[in-house]
Design a protein around this ligand. Sequence first.
Ligand SMILES: O=C[C@H](O)COP(=O)(O)O
Length: 264
Amino acid sequence: MAENRTPLMAGNWKMNLDHQQAISTVQKLAWTLKDAKHDYAAVEVAVLPPFTDLRSVQTLVDADKLDIRYGGQDLSQHESGAFTGEVSGPMLAKLGCTYVAVGHSERREHHNESDELVAAKVVAALKNGLSPILCVGEGLHVRKAGEQVPFTLAQVDAALNGLSAEEVAKVVVAYEPVWAIGTGEVATPQDAQEVCGAIRARIAELYDAELAGAVRVLYGGSVKSGNVAQIMAQPDVDGALVGGASLDPEEFGRIVRYQSHVTV
Ligand SMILES: O=C[C@H](O)COP(=O)(O)O
């Protein structure tokens, strides 16, 4: 973690928690962080609830003036139209979303999202003032073949293709080795650093070192309060995209508070 980048802890709830549970979860998270006197300027906090929860989360965040940011888990590449079941960038922007996950491995796998579609969704997010959390990462067979760096960089290349430096500055990249997602199989801090460092070096090659030094690169895959500090100690890891552990506000609070020895 470099000092000029604000760490981001983002909780991807996936298809969990209805809108009422979302309210109580965000309230508990806010109370937990308030009790711990959390400095939101030092570590940014975001949640990515299901679409059906976003209006409730927006209302709570606005009413209680919370510093917690929120966003969608996906968006359509289209602005509007006959796309049944889809949710557009303008709709997320209207709900006050800051972020939207794009290209999560579960979307790539279960919804056959190609690199081209992911790139179109990154553009759609940026066009609507949303910061895409671009998810990249290799499966187990790629890791076993030792090809994790070229595989992941090819996904980065495809997703950033054609973007200006100004646009890339708004992108957050999340490196999530698929074999470590929801498996309890966390990558070692060195595994995370290898690929996160390579992603930053690639952005420097494609653009310049200053931009590469400003873009946040997160790690995701079985992050918990017990392993987050070692992962965050790596120079090119700027935060975490947290799945399962973000459903428990106290545990997510401990992850957010990774720098502190205060028990929350
Ligand atoms: O988006 C989050 C990742 O898929 C990680 O999920 P996990 O923390 O449950 O392994």
